[in-house]
Design a protein around this ligand. Structure first.
Ligand code: XMP
Length: 513
């Protein structure tokens, strides 16, 4: 196993992803939580220091604990990670005149185990750079192995100590050989075997859950999405009847959601499930609230109220289980007051109230969506369920910009079901990461038959993505969009105009709130 020490780069999670795709287990931990005791306990075969937004030229900028350098396993620093290695081992970093962002070409000046079978001395290779500072003087023992015109130390090595640094980002796909370069580090230099699989994760995680929970009781909220279902099944495998699953019908679920979840758990798995009808409660609390972050916080808080209520009924619960994924964590958690900002408070992370009396069990926190799907298959979830598009915890509330009402939720639910039905009928469902309708708080004039109408506008959204971190709008045919629009306007009272959202992420986000 490899340890990735996080200095706050937006792409740190991609390091983990590349490693796991290569069959190598790793975990990401923030730099300030990694100390000597942690290293001894974790026992990594290699350490990767991530990039980050800080500058080593600032006294208070993050540093790796000194024990990283004496622990005795190979180290690879990426971008800020390289700079902090240099700064901490006695070299020098300065602010570059020319900041380098995007594509660049490195020239290999020395053959190295890092480039083995990949990059030859004298060759030039495309990489992806993103840095303002650059290394100007190497610590003793280091020498450059690749250069660019503006970064004379684009890659450096001290083979004797097995410490490597690269100024570019091997974890992003724009660095063509990046994944293989990481593989050289983990397999050839650190000696990892690459035999980690989802089956191994399942076993390790069930043991960890047993360890964390002891003989405590756990409540798990099911949202109707894949993540919470996978988390629940995994936890059930670990602790059996210590787990109580709760499906809360918030009135903000998609059409047919409740039935599907209830039949999966009670029918397919025979896992007991409490079904709570809470539409009035949720819609009551959301009444008149139009700020997106407040809506998220209110929904997160109300979920906790319901879970605590249910916990009381079973004589108290010690833990709340959630299907939080890595992208939820990274987008919700601001980095220790640093410059990586909160985009949205995903309700299963940042939207939880401080006062919550239960501790969290989040077995999927390290995983990406496609990894959760693989784990779901491993756990025997039906393919149709595993392949479902993601559905956010706050549900339809964040697809009704502005204030939410039952009337609006009903209109949206109907339109959304027709849209998804069209997509399924045309065999497009599996090509799309996520498709849904958004009910805009805008009314426009239309004409139906001989009547004037003054009704709501619906926006359709469909995106392709591999992990929800970035996304492109899906290119439906014009025909498909017209047919769908016609069906929705004919069948759903209250909508008289349909639009299609062609924004990618970034600059948009997938959901509208
Ligand atoms: P955004 O809108 O941030 O969405 O681009 C990225 C992915 O995350 C989902 N999402 C959520 N999932 N709780 C969740 O469980 C939330 O609060 C939440 N907000 C967004 C979104 O549907 C997309 O798949």
């Amino acid at each position: 196993r490899i340890l990735v020490i996080d200095f706050g780069s937006q792409v740190t999670q991609l390091i983990a992803r590349r490693l796991r795709e290569d069959g190598i287990y790793c975990e990401i931990h923030p730099f300030n939580l990694v100390d000597a005791a942690f290293l001894a306990d974790y026992g990594p075969k290699g350490i990767i220091l991530s990039g980050g937004p800080a500058s080593t030229r600032i006294e208070t900028s993050p540093r790796a604990t000194e024990e990283v350098f004496t622990f005795g396993v190979p180290i690879l620093g990426i971008c800020y990670g390289e700079q902090t290695i240099v700064a901490q081992l006695g070299g020098e970093v300065e602010t570059a005149d020319h900041r380098e962002f995007g594509r660049a070409e490195v020239e290999v000046v020395e053959s190295s185990p890092l480039f083995q079978g990949l990059w030859a001395k004298g060759g030039k290779y495309p990489v992806w750079m993103s840095h303002g500072d650059r290394v100007v003087e190497l610590p003793e023992g280091f020498h450059p192995i690749a250069i660019t015109p503006s970064a004379p130390y684009a890659a450096i090595a001290d083979e004797a100590r097995s410490v490597y640094g690269v100024q570019f980002h091997p974890e992003v796909v724009h660095t063509l050989d990046g994944a293989r370069l990481l593989s050289n580090f983990t397999r050839n230099i650190c000696g990892c075997h690459g035999d980690w699989t989802m089956a191994a994760f399942r076993e390790e995680m069930t043991a960890k859950i047993r360890d964390q929970v002891g003989d405590g009781r756990v409540i798990c909220g099911l949202s109707g999405g894949v993540d919470s279902a996978v988390a629940a099944v995994l936890i059930h495998e670990a602790i059996g009847s210590q787990l109580t699953c709760v499906f809360v019908d918030t009135g903000l679920m998609r059409a047919g959601e409740a039935e599907e979840v209830v039949s999966l758990f009670r029918g397919h798995y025979n896992i007991p499930l409490v079904h709570v009808e809470a539409e009035d409660l949720f819609l009551g609390k959301l009444d008149g609230v139009d700020d997106p972050e407040r809506k998220r916080k209110i929904i997160g808080g109300t979920f906790i109220d319901v879970f605590e209520e249910e916990a009381k009924k079973i004589g108290g619960a010690d833990f709340l289980a959630q299907g939080t994924l890595y992208p939820d964590v990274i987008e919700s958690v601001s980095f220790d007051g640093g410059p990586s900002v909160t985009i949205k408070s995903h309700h299963n992370v940042g939207g939880l109230p401080e006062r919550m009396n239960m501790k969290l069990v989040e077995p999927l926190r390290e995983l990406f969506k496609d990894e959760v799907r693989a784990l779901g298959r491993e756990l025997g979830l039906p393919e149709a369920f595993v392949g479902r598009h993601p559905f956010p915890g706050p549900g339809l509330a964040i697809r009704i910009p502005g204030a939410v009402s039952k009337e609006k939720a009903d209109i949206l639910r109907k339109a959304d079901a027709i849209y998804l039905d069209q997509i399924r009928k045309e065999g497009l469902y599996d090509e799309i990461w996520q498709a849904f309708a958004v009910l805009l708080p805008v009314r426009t004039v239309g004409v139906m038959g001989d009547e004037r109408t003054y009704d709501w506008v619906l926006a359709l959204r469909a995106v392709t993505s591999t992990d929800g971190m970035t996304a492109d709008s899906y290119a439906f045919s014009h025909d498909f969009l017209s047919r769908t629009a016609t069906r929705i306007i004919n069948e759903v009272r209250g909508i008289n105009r349909v639009t299609y959202d062609v924004t990618s992420k970034p600059p948009g986000t997938i959901e509208w709130e």
